[in-house]
Design a protein around this ligand. Structure first.
Ligand SMILES: Cc1cc2nc3c(=O)[nH]c(=O)nc-3n(C[C@H](O)[C@H](O)[C@H](O)COP(=O)(O)O)c2cc1C
Length: 170
């Protein structure tokens, strides 16, 4: 199996839960993990697959990820469009609503004609605001089970990437 050159862009500001997830995905995907501030159009253009991950803050993924989309847009223009795929992941207090949290980013990716080949979400420790007084929500998450599910997700991503890029994968 040919692996796509993969970049994971992750913003994780609360308890570094999403960064933990990013590193776990990176092991399977042999990906580079960076913060959004380190991304340039030139850098993005070297990758076949870009992962976007963050915690959820006030119902949204971190806005710095949207800046990366501008770099991605410039890099896809340079490539003549297409040929890069994306995936989205998050940790949050309420991952049950992850499709809602991911939706604005997904919509922007769709506008840039970048196919999203997978999404993953799991619980992350949340001690924000009044939750601090009761010891927080999802203490000890992501846990070993969450991380194993993340590894399985990463393996499925590789299969899915081959499906959408049969020529590059051969
Ligand atoms: C300021 C703030 C706002 C948050 N808003 C939400 C929210 O709207 N929905 C939710 O499910 N979790 C929310 N959370 C919980 C975080 O998404 C969760 O703790 C996540 O794991 C943080 O990821 P990180 O440790 O990688 O930064 C919020 C946390 C903080 C600090």
């Amino acid at each position: 199996m040919t692996r796509p050159a993969t970049l994971i862009v992750c913003k994780s500001v609360h308890h570094h839960s999403t960064w933990q997830l990013a590193e776990c995905l990176a092991e399977v995907l042999a990906a580079d993990v960076v913060e959004p501030e380190a991304v340039t159009s030139e850098r993005v253009s070297r990758y076949d697959l870009i992962g976007f991950g963050s915690g959820v803050y006030y119902g949204r993924m971190h806005p710095a990820l949207l800046e990366v989309l501008r770099c991605l847009a410039r890099s896809t223009e340079g490539r003549g469009g297409g040929s890069v795929a994306a995936f989205v992941f998050s940790t949050s207090g309420l991952p049950l609503f992850s499709r809602l949290w991911h939706w604005p980013l997904r919509a922007r990716l769709a506008r840039e004609a970048v196919p999203v080949i997978g999404e993953f979400a799991c619980r992350g420790f949340d001690s924000w605001g009044p939750l601090f007084l009761v010891g927080g929500l999802n203490r000890h998450h992501p846990d070993a089970r969450d991380l194993e599910q993340a590894r399985q997700f990463a393996r499925r991503l590789l299969v899915q990437w081959e499906r959408v890029n049969p020529s590059q994968a051969a």
